[in-house]
Design a protein around this ligand. Structure first.
Ligand SMILES: C[S@@+](CC[C@H](N)C(=O)[O-])C[C@H]1O[C@@H](n2cnc3c(N)ncnc32)[C@H](O)[C@@H]1O
Length: 304
């Protein structure tokens, strides 16, 4: 009989093994509890971060407007460079930041949306006042829900202007674009006088300084009704076809004050090639306009 098979040694070994087994289980249990605690803590932190991101996504995400409002630092810095170049204003970046707040606040409070990508909207909101138009009379051709116009008015007020706003838009329930069938708006909000007026109310502009003319910009009655002044700013953002833009540019020649600013929205936007084509041809002819810059996909013209 070997030493390890003798009953007293076997008993003693069983006792040792049982004691070791208990000890291992205790240590493993402690470590397991620690691991579980850390895992639960990480899960709580992840939940918190996810909730925060989700809330930011709800506030600034694409849903309900088609474009997100979460630009990167690099994008904003690049845009500020374009605004600086177009306007000659060194502090352009600060103005882009202020424009961003205007955009976010208006879309949060307003009905519908501002059309277009964030960079293009910020470019227009910041560059127009920095180009120092000669007066605060603004004509917007094509308004959708009127929220961009409300933002532009706020930007001009912040720059010391007392704006008077004229808008021309057919106010058809959905956006009209010749040659395109545009479906329901991503916001689900119809285009209507009620919506546009409610949104313009957010600009803080008194009703007496707002003129909303329903119709198409090439309609002679519409033109006659709003051609009573020399505008400091004309925003062309209605019919995006080459023919439509050509007519609006020709009309703008007769409307803009000396030194006035004409903004051609979606110029260089690949989705709307007619806009760039119309401007190129227009600038080849006899014109008061000089292209002073491009910011994102908007062209900025100055009238003699
Ligand atoms: C791109 S949306 C305007 C977006 C708005 N300016 C903004 O920044 O949020 C174009 C608008 O112009 C309107 N429109 C189309 N053809 C027009 C025309 N000939 N004259 C005036 N508005 C027109 C459309 O129905 C639509 O409401």
């Amino acid at each position: 009989m070997s030493l390890f098979t003798s009953p007293p040694v076997k008993r003693a070994m069983r006792l040792v093994v049982t004691a070791l087994d208990r000890r291992i289980k205790r240590i493993a249990g402690v470590e397991n509890a620690e691991l579980t605690r850390r895992l639960e803590q990480a899960q709580r932190q992840l939940d918190k971060a996810t909730v925060n991101n989700y809330a930011v996504e709800l506030l600034l995400g694409r849903s309900g407007r088609g474009s997100h409002r979460t630009p990167t630092r690099t994008q904003v810095g690049g845009l500020a460079g374009e605004v600086r170049e177009a306007t000659g204003v060194d502090a352009a970046e600060r103005h882009v930041h202020l424009a961003y707040r205007t955009l976010v606040v208006l879309e949060a409070l307003g009905s519908g949306r501002v059309a277009g990508g964030t960079m293009n909207v910020l470019g227009k909101l910041s560059a127009i006042p920095l180009l120092k138009p000669p007066n605060g009379d603004v004509l917007e051709i094509g308004t959708l829900h009127g929220l961009f116009a409300a933002g532009l008015v706020r930007q001009l007020v912040s720059a010391g202007y007392a704006p008077h706003l004229t808008i021309v838009d057919p106010l058809a329930e959905v956006q009209l674009q010749p040659g395109h069938v545009l479906g329901a708006d991503p916001s689900g909000t119809p285009i209507s006088e009620n919506v546009v007026r409610a949104n313009l109310g957010l600009s803080g502009l008194p009703e007496a300084r707002i003129r909303l003319r329903r119709g198409f910009s090439d309609d002679s009655e519409v033109r006659a009704a709003v051609s009573d002044r020399e505008y400091g700013v004309v925003v062309i953002d209605g019919d995006h076809s080459e023919e439509g833009v050509r007519k609006d540019l020709e009309w703008a020649e007769t409307l803009v004050a000396s030194g006035g600013v004409v903004v051609l929205d979606d110029y260089t936007d690949a989705s709307w090639p007619g806009v760039e084509a119309a401007l190129e041809k227009h600038l080849e002819g006899s014109t008061r306009f000089t292209l002073v810059g491009r910011v994102a996909t908007s062209g900025f013209l100055r009238a003699d």
